[in-house]
Design a protein around this ligand. Structure first.
Ligand SMILES: [Zn+2]
Ligand SMILES: [Zn+2]
Length: 177
């Protein structure tokens, strides 16, 4: 009984992948008299239909696909994205936005990435210090701005980086020859 309850709780948020439509509204399913060629409001439900390569998407579906495409080089699958969103939503108790889910995934990838790099640099024996780099635009937060171009001990960087969710900074090794 108890197990069932907790399983139910875990399944509080389930995200599936919406298949694009071609003739029907991707929200309400109504058959469209005129197939839209670009972003258009559904005459039945009033939601905006997005068009890509002749296929019709909901706004959310389009946003997720755009996000995955933007970070294609990181090889994040749709399944991973949905799983992360389910977990995050359960923690929040509400539906996590596409953007928040994406930022959380990037945070974890950076966290994992720095551990791997630090291990490599330690092994090489040539790196004692690293330098904090920001992307140097006006969106860099005050925390990261203070760290910009500063030297940090290799041994302490894992605890500092990434500075926060949404941190776009990166770390470069200072190689001693
Ligand atoms: Zn509709
Ligand atoms: Zn940062």
């Amino acid at each position: 009984m108890k197990k069932n309850l907790s399983e139910k709780k875990d399944k509080q948020f389930v995200f599936t992948t919406q298949s694009p439509t071609t003739k029907n509204c991707p929200y309400c399913g109504v058959k469209l008299a005129k197939i839209p060629k670009r972003k258009k409001k559904c005459p039945n439900c009033g939601n905006y239909i997005f068009v890509s390569k002749g296929k019709l998407f909901t706004e959310e579906e389009k946003d997720i696909r755009d996000w995955l495409m933007r970070f294609e080089h990181l090889k994040i699958t749709r399944k991973m994205f949905n799983k992360k969103r389910e977990k995050l939503s359960s923690q929040l108790g509400l539906v996590a936005s596409v953007n928040d889910t994406g930022e959380n995934i990037l945070y974890e990838i950076n966290k994992q990435g720095i551990s791997e790099e630090v291990a490599e640099w330690k092994k090489s024996g040539d790196v004692k210090y690293v330098r904090w780099r920001t992307v140097n635009d006006e969106c860099v937060c005050s925390v990261c701005r203070k760290r910009a171009n500063k030297k940090f001990l290799l041994s302490e960087i894992e605890n500092l980086y990434p500075a926060h969710i949404g941190c776009r900074c990166y770390i470069s090794p200072i190689v001693e020859l």
